[in-house]
Ligand binder design. Structure first.
Ligand SMILES: [Fe+2]
Ligand SMILES: [Fe+2]
Length: 445
């Protein structure tokens, strides 16, 4: 059936009667009305053949009494061929009962008696045509709704797929970004470690000082429940706190603090400001620069460079100050007694140069970091190749490359980065001697 709304002149009507005069008379009657396209058949068989071709017949008017096939029989078969066509039966009074049965069975929309009166017949055919149009329109609308539903479903499926694709794309991008971020962080951490190595090379009076302060200050931050980000920042600040010493003269670095003249003392004090200035160009290091600037402020306000006092000193700088002072005291004592002696030495500093609020964190952190100095643990030495280095080993002598570049200072504790750096350097500029390391008895077992 045509999907578009069927206009009135397109309604096809099939007239079926074995009497040619009757079909001619009916055609004449209908031809006066130009909304009908009239077809004629003079037997049930011919009519069925015609319906097989003309499937868009809208109204069928059939005589009941015909040889071979009655009108009711024909209309029942016609219903199978063109179920939407509206069927009308013309019948004589003698056949009324059979006609009523046909109507009840649904084969016929209406019956009209013969001989007919024109007006009721035309009205019945007009109503049948109207009925057909309604059925056709209903069918068209149903088909349209179904099509739109299918389109909507298809659109929904495509949208769902697109959302899934987008989500997967975003997840991949996010993973890529996380990887790049991790690489950047690792690269940043390696750069900081390298800088710390440079600082230690410069100041030979305190081997491993930057790394030791970094370890201790990280343990203190852990004990004070700093966030991961804050711990990372304070560790970097610990590694770089003396970066300003890189610019100090050899003469000054060779002398001990007690022997400085007032001019030399001022030059020494400048290392905190110079340290901040050195890294201030790097935005990611700027906050660390503030901690570097203030790591020699005293809690009582008598430190340098800005004589800040109490809580006005950034907390991170107060932690570094305590760790720095402890580490410098530690190396003044024999290993067997260093931890206790250094802590005892600091007792008079709490509330003066050091903030008493960080005392517990320092004492606990020192126990954790310097447990290797415990006298109950035997420290042994061994000679190893670069491939035999392990995390936790301590370097027994200054380590030089094959051509004489100082790589690491005596006393440095090997972590993964230091081991990787030594292995890389060994490939580029190999040294001949094995590396002398110190390690705890448990590490040999
Ligand atoms: Fe310093
Ligand atoms: Fe220091």
């Amino acid at each position: 059936m045509n999907e578009m709304l069927i206009s009135e002149d397109e309604i096809k009507i099939l007239l079926v009667d074995d009497e040619v005069n009757i079909t001619k008379a009916l055609r004449r009657l209908l031809m006066d009305n130009d909304q009908y396209d009239v077809h004629i058949a003079n037997s049930g068989r011919d009519a069925l053949d015609l319906l097989a071709e003309e499937t868009d017949i809208g109204v069928i008017v059939s005589d009941q009494r015909m040889p071979e096939m009655t009108g009711v029989e024909f209309l029942s078969k016609a219903r199978d061929l063109v179920p939407d066509a509206v069927r009308i039966l013309l019948t004589g009074y003698a056949d009324i009962e059979a006609s009523i049965d046909a109507i009840n069975e649904g084969a016929v929309f209406r019956y009209l008696t013969k001989p007919w009166e024109d007006e009721p017949l035309l009205r019945a055919i007009s109503e049948a045509a109207c009925n057909y149009r309604l059925i056709a329109e209903n069918k068209r609308l149903n088909a349209l709704v179904l099509k739109q539903k299918e389109e909507l479903q298809e659109w929904n499926n495509r949208l769902k797929q697109r959302v899934l694709d987008q989500t997967s794309h975003i997840r991949n991008k996010s993973d890529d970004l996380a990887n790049v971020n991790l690489q950047l962080r690792n690269s940043f951490a390696e750069t900081i470690e390298s800088l710390a190595g440079l600082i230690e090379m410069r100041d030979r009076r305190a081997p491993g000082h930057s790394r030791n302060v970094a370890e201790l200050v990280t343990a203190m931050a852990e004990n004070m429940n700093f966030s991961v980000e804050e711990k990372s920042q304070i560790r970097s600040a610990g590694l770089l706190h003396d970066i300003g010493k890189i610019g100090m003269s050899d003469r000054l670095l060779e002398k001990s603090l007690q022997d400085y003249s007032s001019k030399e003392r001022q030059e020494y004090r400048n290392h905190v400001v110079r340290g901040q200035a050195a890294i201030d160009m790097v935005p990611a290091l700027r906050e660390i620069g503030v901690l570097i600037r203030h790591h020699h402020e005293r809690f009582d306000g008598r430190g340098f460079p800005d004589q800040l006092k109490g809580n006005a000193i950034p907390l991170g700088a107060r932690l570094i100050c305590a760790a720095d002072m402890f580490e410098r005291k530690l190396i003044q004592f024999p290993e067997s007694d260093a931890l206790t002696s250094a802590l005892t030495e600091l007792e008079c500093e709490w509330g003066k140069s050091l903030d008493p609020k960080v005392r517990l964190a320092l004492e606990e952190g020192a126990q954790q970091v310097y447990c290797s100095l415990d006298i109950s643990v035997e420290v042994l030495e061994a000679k190893v190749s670069p491939t035999e280095l392990e995390v936790g080993m301590q370097l027994g002598d200054d380590l030089y490359s094959g051509t004489g570049v100082l790589l690491l200072k005596q006393g440095t504790f090997f972590d993964e980065n230091a081991i990787a750096a030594v292995k890389r350097c060994f490939m580029i500029d190999p040294f001949e001697r094995d590396i002398r390391v110190l390690l705890k008895r448990t590490e040999l077992d």
